[in-house]
Design a protein around this ligand. Structure first.
Ligand code: HEC
Ligand code: HEC
Ligand code: HEC
Ligand code: HEC
Ligand code: HEC
Ligand code: HEC
Ligand code: HEC
Ligand code: HEC
Length: 413
């Protein structure tokens, strides 16, 4: 009897355990295996290992507002919709944190970012539209016409994949589509573990990408009065002030972020810089943007926190004049190039003849630089990196065109 009872209870007990195991196997792994964020917080499990091997990553995280608000490693490194987790020392983690992980808590910023040229257009500028879904293209085109619905960049194709991977893509990846269905990376400006507004407000952060002969914004800023004052007084600025209550007492000198993104003295923060831009300055021939008047009003509202209207009007009218005359200068040379093609003197693929590089440099380096310089206080860039080489290249291209014509006309022997 006794033996039978013991036997029965073993059978029942095992059946219960087995049943529990079967039930558990139907529950998601995240629930049964995954220690919760609260557990991570309480034990510091991730940090325990990683501070030994990657001290700086854990340290950067500890400096963040996230750490002070009890956001944990797992809050970012958990898998979100469209992502696959992997087993990792008793946890399930997603090593590849994308905008999908940030949007879980910052949807508003993600939506603004999606409408901007930092999202899909930035990647399409290099790789064309092929990496995007039909919906992603349609969405971006509503806000940035012509930005995403285009072919891969011809120059990039000629230079080849290794040049693209370590060159173009390193900057333009800011808008690359992610396998989980989101677009882009938030950490280009916020870094991966500090997630800080202080870093995002530094000119050098934007200048990682916004530099060099084709978009010399960092260099222009450095020579402008704003850049000079930032250099002299940045210690006195409160660069970490919360965006929700930022005033000119915190930031009495503007950085790139102040003019293009910040919400200062009650203005709203935006992750869509085109809200404040009235021209397509980067274009070969600059046109007004669809939101021209509103964009000027928005940007001037920023200037007017620190300046009077007459000063701002002067900058804008001088800028508009530089846009107009640069357009005229480029258009005159463009006409020469177009006629060479129309007359069959230039044939075949682009970037095959030296004169084409001279023309590309003309608008892509010097034309842009003159226009950007005029709006952001870069006198040397309007003149010696802008108008002077525009003049020199115009004369040279005219001369080369004549030579090509006479070579073309000469009888072959
Ligand atoms: C027992 C030690 C240990 C613990 C606990 C641990 N890790 Fe790791 N982790 C490692 C080691 C070692 C590596 C190096 C790659 C490997 O061996 O998987 C690594 C790699 C990583 C990587 C890079 C993976 C890749 O494929 O690029 C991430 C991200 C990461 N860990 C995050 C976390 C997070 C988040 C936690 C907490 C939920 C955590 N780790 C807990 C030891 C640990
Ligand atoms: C704000 C979100 C966020 C938080 C919080 C966060 N990470 Fe990360 N982590 C990232 C991002 C983004 C990457 C880069 C992913 C990629 O390259 O695909 C990353 C990458 C890593 C890597 C690989 C880094 C390398 O350079 O090889 C490790 C290791 C890691 N995280 C550990 C941790 C640990 C440990 C914690 C907590 C102390 C933590 N992370 C908290 C966003 C976060
Ligand atoms: C689990 C939710 C959560 C996730 C995931 C998350 N954040 Fe945050 N984030 C917060 C909270 C909470 C704050 C503090 C908000 C406040 O104080 O108003 C914050 C603040 C910030 C700030 C402002 C910091 C400052 O210096 O004032 C930035 C920037 C930021 N997050 C970026 C990111 C980025 C980028 C990612 C993805 C790599 C991310 N966050 C992922 C919850 C999250
Ligand atoms: C150092 C970072 C960096 C590199 C490298 C880089 N770009 Fe850009 N690119 C930018 C920035 C920043 C802008 C925005 C300029 C502006 O708006 O004034 C831009 C603008 C552009 C534009 C004009 C905007 C548009 O949407 O049409 C094109 C096209 C472009 N890049 C293509 C390329 C190609 C192709 C390569 C490689 C052959 C490349 N870029 C390499 C940073 C970079
Ligand atoms: C081009 C650079 C850039 C990119 C990319 C970027 N941010 Fe920001 N972000 C900033 C700047 C600059 C600020 C601070 C604005 C200010 O000075 O008030 C900021 C502020 C924030 C804040 C604080 C906002 C507030 O009102 O408190 C959050 C949260 C944030 N970003 C999240 C994100 C997320 C999520 C993404 C990706 C979808 C992202 N950021 C991409 C530059 C960027
Ligand atoms: C990782 C590289 C990268 C960083 C960092 C970056 N940008 Fe950009 N930015 C780009 C690229 C690429 C474009 C061109 C997108 C296009 O038009 O194709 C661009 C375009 C812009 C534009 C023009 C948008 C338009 O509508 O034409 C502005 C303004 C701008 N960025 C401001 C900033 C500011 C301010 C910061 C720093 C807070 C910053 N960017 C940081 C890569 C970057
Ligand atoms: C004092 C305010 C101010 C500062 C500081 C500033 N900008 Fe600008 N930026 C402007 C104005 C104004 C324009 C032209 C606006 C228009 O088109 O109406 C402009 C134009 C641009 C454009 C041109 C977009 C196009 O159409 O080609 C980019 C990119 C840009 N700025 C990036 C930056 C970066 C990066 C920095 C810092 C290194 C910076 N800006 C600093 C005011 C500023
Ligand atoms: C956060 C405050 C702030 C913002 C915003 C700001 N500026 Fe300034 N600006 C300054 C300061 C400070 C100086 C140096 C003032 C001085 O010398 O008295 C300055 C100097 C200038 C100068 C040089 C004046 C001279 O003759 O030396 C010009 C031009 C200028 N700003 C134009 C602009 C324009 C245009 C905008 C908007 C697109 C703008 N600023 C936005 C603070 C700002």
């Amino acid at each position: 009897m006794k033996f039978a009872n013991v036997f029965m209870s073993i059978v029942v007990g095992s059946a219960l355990i087995a049943a529990a195991m079967i039930v558990n196997s139907f529950r998601p792994a995240a629930v049964t295996q995954q220690p919760t964020p609260a557990f991570v917080r309480a034990t510091g499990k991730c940090a325990e290992c990683h501070s030994k091997t990657q001290y700086s990553i854990v340290h950067e995280f500890e400096l963040s507002v996230h750490a002070s608000k009890s956001v944990t490693c797992l809050d970012c490194h958990s898998e979100r919709e469209g992502q696959t987790g992997q087993e990792h020392y008793g946890f399930t983690i997603n090593p590849h944190v994308t905008a999908a992980n940030c949007r879980a808590c910052h949807e508003q910023e993600y939506q603004q970012f999606l409408r901007s040229r930092h999202a899909a257009p930035a990647w399409a500028a290099v790789a064309g539209k092929d990496d995007f879904s039909v919906e992603q293209i349609a969405f971006s085109e509503r806000f940035q016409p012509g930005g995403t619905d285009r072919a891969a960049n011809g120059l990039a194709l000629i230079e080849g994949s290794s040049a693209i991977a370590s060159g173009c893509a390193s900057c333009h990846t800011i808008g690359k589509p992610n396998p989980d269905g989101t677009i882009g990376t938030c950490t280009a400006c916020h870094t991966r573990h500090t997630s800080s507004v202080e870093v995002a407000r530094l000119p050098s952060t934007c200048g990682q990408c916004h530099m060099g002969p084709d978009h010399s914004q960092l260099e222009i800023y450095s020579e402008s009065k704003h850049g000079v004052m930032f250099e002299a007084q940045h210690d006195q600025l409160n660069l970490a002030a919360s965006p929700k209550s930022l005033t000119t007492k915190d930031m009495f000198i503007p950085t790139c972020a102040t003019c293009h993104m910040s919400g200062i003295n009650g203005l709203a923060v935006t992750h869509e810089p085109s809200e404040r831009l009235s021209y397509y300055l980067f274009a070969e021939i600059t046109k007004e943007r669809p939101n021209f008047a509103r964009a000027q009003a928005n940007m001037q509202a920023v200037c007017l926190n620190c300046h009077t209207q007459p000063l701002v009007d002067r900058v804008y009218s001088q800028g508009a004049a530089v846009v107009q005359t640069t357009n005229e200068k480029i258009a005159a040379v463009k006409a020469i190039m177009d006629t060479l093609r129309a007359d069959g003197i230039l044939t075949g693929a682009s970037f095959a003849t030296p004169i084409e590089f001279d023309y590309f440099d003309l608008w892509h380096y010097y034309g842009r630089t003159a226009k950007h310089g005029a709006f952001m206080g870069g006198a040397d860039f309007v003149q010696w990196h802008g108008n002077y080489p525009i003049l020199k290249h115009s004369v040279e291209i005219e001369h080369e065109a004549q030579q090509l014509r006479s070579e073309h006309a000469a009888p072959e022997n």
